[in-house]
Every structure is written in C-alpha cells, then in structure tokens.
Ligand binder design. Structure first.
Ligand SMILES: *[C@@H]1O[C@H](CO)[C@@H](O)[C@H](O)[C@H]1NC(C)=O
Ligand SMILES: *[C@@H]1O[C@H](CO)[C@@H](O)[C@H](O)[C@H]1NC(C)=O
Ligand SMILES: *[C@@H]1O[C@H](CO)[C@@H](O)[C@H](O)[C@H]1NC(C)=O
Ligand SMILES: *[C@@H]1O[C@H](CO)[C@@H](O)[C@H](O)[C@H]1NC(C)=O
Ligand SMILES: *[C@@H]1O[C@H](CO)[C@@H](O)[C@H](O)[C@H]1NC(C)=O
Ligand SMILES: *[C@@H]1O[C@H](CO)[C@@H](O)[C@H](O)[C@H]1NC(C)=O
Ligand SMILES: *[C@@H]1O[C@H](CO)[C@@H](O)[C@H](O)[C@H]1NC(C)=O
Ligand SMILES: *[C@@H]1O[C@H](CO)[C@@H](O)[C@H](O)[C@H]1NC(C)=O
Length: 297
C-alpha cells in the first residue's frame, strides 16, 4: 500500500516539475523574428532594417554596424542552469569586391552594453574590440564570429572561419567554415551570398557551448519546414566555457559587423532566441531572401 502511495507521489512530483518547467519556459526571454523593420532593435553605424532584413554592413569602408535587441536579458547567477540559452539565425554575406576579398566579418554577440561603438572598432575588431580593451576580462563579451578576413592581429589562419570569442578578438576555439552532413564534412563559403543557418547552444550545467552551421536549402520548401530537420547532429565547434565567469547580470544580445578596406553586405534574415532552453526552430519557408544585389540598394 505504502508502495502504491509512494509511486503516486512520485508521479505527481514528476508532473509538477514538468508543469513548473513549462511555466518557466513561457516566462523566459524568447523571441522569433523573420522581419526586422520596426523591430525592437537598437541600430547604429551602418546597420539598418529598411528593406526588411537586418542589414549590418554596407559598401562603406572602415566602419561598423550593430543591431542589438533593446530588451536586456537577465543572467542571474541563481543556479548554473540560469545561464542556459540558445539561438539560431540565418545570415547571408555578399562580398563587394571580387574574391578573394570577402569583407571583414560579423558576429553574434552577448555584451553588457547595448552601445558597443566606444570599444568596437572596424576592420579586425569586428565592431567588438579595440587595441585598448582587447583581451580584458572587464569586457564581459561572448561572440561567435563569422570571420571573412585573415587578420594577423587576430591570429587568423583563414579568411573563412567561425570562432568563439571571449573578451578578445583572438578566438578560444575556431574552425574553417564547414558542416556535417550524412557523416561527411562539407565546406561552406561564408561570404557566398548563400543563406546559412547558425545554431548556438549553451548548457549552463554542462558548461558547453556548441556552434553548428548548415546550408539553407536553395529551393523554397513547403511550409512549415523547421530548421531542426536540417540541423547536423555534430557541431562545428564545441567548447567548454563557464559563462557565469564572463556574463554580467544584465546582458544584451545582437549582431555586430565591420568593414575595412575590404567590404561586404552582411544580412541577418531570421533570428530566434531563448534564455533557459531551446530556441524556437526557424521555419525555413518563412525566411526571406537577401535583397537583390544588382538592384543597387
Ligand atoms: C551605409 O550606411 C550608412 C549609415 O546608415 C549610410 O550613411 C551610408 O550612406 C550607407 N552607404 C552605402 C554605400 O549604402
Ligand atoms: C532584469 O533585471 C532588471 C534589474 O534587476 C529588472 O528591472 C528587470 O525586470 C529584469 N528583467 C526580466 C525580463 O526579468
Ligand atoms: C559588469 O559587472 C561588474 C561587476 O559587477 C561591474 O563592475 C561592471 O560595471 C559591469 N559592467 C557593465 C557594463 O555593466
Ligand atoms: C590574454 O590574456 C591572458 C591573461 O589575462 C593571457 O594569458 C593570454 O595570453 C592573452 N591572450 C592573448 C592572445 O594575448
Ligand atoms: C571599454 O572597454 C573597457 C574594458 O573592457 C570597459 O571597462 C569600458 O567600460 C568599455 N567602454 C565602453 C564605453 O563600453
Ligand atoms: C583552413 O583554411 C586555410 C585556407 O584555406 C588552410 O590553409 C588551413 O589549412 C585550413 N585549416 C584547417 C584546420 O583545415
Ligand atoms: C554539444 O555537442 C555535444 C557533442 O555533440 C553534445 O554532447 C552536447 O549535448 C551538446 N550540447 C548542447 C548544449 O547542445
Ligand atoms: C563557474 O564560475 C562560477 C563563478 O565564477 C563559479 O562559482 C563556479 O564554481 C564555476 N564552475 C566551474 C565548474 O568551474
């Protein structure tokens, strides 16, 4: 008898925990965006949303562009799991000079300030760092860079790599852009103009940050076509990081890009984010194309 009661208790405990988790999930900071004009974004520099997509950098030399969510995200150190977050986004980069010059690069960034211009220089600074603040723990910055230029000061080994940056333009982990498909590694060209999906997943308990890329199918799929169906099972980068040592309590999330003498049009075409769990899978059928690069806009 006591056994039956015990197992009932157990079941109720499990159900209650699930209900609590669901409520927390709805309560958390989360969003999904397919159109950015008029969105809840702080734009500066070259960044604009006039055509619908987030357009981070344009044909201006030696400049930066930022698009940050206006609403801060709270990462309170109440428990390790409170640092868990995930995000996915689709980007497209069009070089504005003939290859092999692809422009500087862009990044997804989590930073304690919404305005990154003071320290975020152009060229290899990616709008995030400068020679004064580079590699300073006071930065409290995590970035995932999509770097399209080989910069010696950033110790870059190629002009087509993905890196995890902690307080520094010198990445703690990096790899040439590629993705896993059917057990094979396929190369990706970041600045090809193709739409590329990026997943960034951080588990605050495991303290592991994963970055995964994949090519978005070129033909328009039937709706709904969730990004989860094309997510490679193996991440490109998987790095152990204790974000509670990096983040301040109040952080801003968004994107940063830069140009040098080499320029590119950088776009974010869709973006989902969630603090405390898995971001909503993007519906690929809803993702717009980047503006026509021959129309002059
Ligand atoms: C780039 O963006 C800046 C800032 O919005 C704007 O002043 C400039 O005209 C744009 N340049 C080009 C070439 O589109
Ligand atoms: C984040 O923290 C600030 C300051 O403690 C608070 O005012 C705000 O309501 C919090 N935001 C959320 C979404 O919990
Ligand atoms: C980050 O937190 C530290 C320590 O609490 C504080 O000194 C610093 O001002 C914060 N930085 C920002 C940009 O809020
Ligand atoms: C960054 O700073 C740390 C110590 O604060 C040092 O060990 C490391 O070598 C520096 N990295 C670079 C690339 O300068
Ligand atoms: C510039 O970087 C330094 C070092 O990280 C930081 O203390 C300072 O607050 C930053 N300044 C601005 C305006 O963001
Ligand atoms: C990355 O790409 C560069 C340039 O194509 C190449 O020289 C380098 O060997 C590659 N690195 C790895 C680890 O594959
Ligand atoms: C990161 O990737 C590793 C290896 O595939 C996996 O074991 C782990 O669960 C992943 N973590 C997150 C937060 O996605
Ligand atoms: C992570 O960092 C926090 C804050 O500095 C610290 O309390 C905790 O022990 C660290 N966890 C691990 C596993 O290093």
């Amino acid at each position: 008898m006591s056994r039956v009661v015990g197992s009932h208790c157990m079941i109720w405990m499990i159900i209650s925990v699930h209900v609590i988790l669901l409520v927390l999930a709805q309560d958390g900071d989360q969003f999904e965006m397919y159109y950015f004009r008029g969105g809840n974004l702080h734009l500066d520099g070259m960044a604009n949303t006039n055509d619908g997509p987030m357009h981070l950098t344009n044909n201006t030399v030696i400049s930066t562009g930022h698009a940050m969510l206006k609403t801060p995200i709270n990462f309170t150190a109440s428990s390790p799991s409170s640092f868990t977050f995930s995000t996915e986004f689709v980007f497209a980069i069009f070089p504005l000079q003939k290859p092999p010059s692809y422009g500087q690069g862009m990044s997804f960034v989590v930073a304690p300030k919404i305005d990154l211009r003071a320290n975020g220089t152009e060229t290899s600074g990616l709008g995030l760092f400068n020679s004064e603040n580079n590699n300073k723990t006071e930065n409290h910055i995590l970035a995932v860079e999509l770097d399209t230029n080989q910069s010696p000061e950033a110790h870059d080994e190629s002009d087509n790599h993905v890196g995890i940056d902690i307080n520094s333009i010198v990445s703690v982990a990096y790899a040439n852009a590629s993705y896993y498909s059917k057990g094979k590694i396929k190369p990706l060209l970041l600045a090809s103009g193709d739409r590329i999906l990026v997943w960034i997943d951080y588990d605050g308990v495991e303290k592991l940050l994963n970055v995964t890329l994949a090519q978005v199918p070129k033909s328009t799929p039937v709706s709904p076509f969730l990004s989860s169906s094309i997510k490679p099972s193996v991440p490109l980068l998987s790095r152990s990081i204790n974000l509670s040592e990096i983040f301040n309590e109040t952080m801003f999330v968004g994107f940063s890009g830069s140009t040098g003498s080499t320029r590119s049009n950088q776009y974010v075409l869709a973006w989902s984010f969630k603090k405390g769990g898995k971001a909503q899978s993007l519906d690929i059928s809803k993702i717009m194309d980047a503006p026509d690069q021959n129309s002059g806009s």
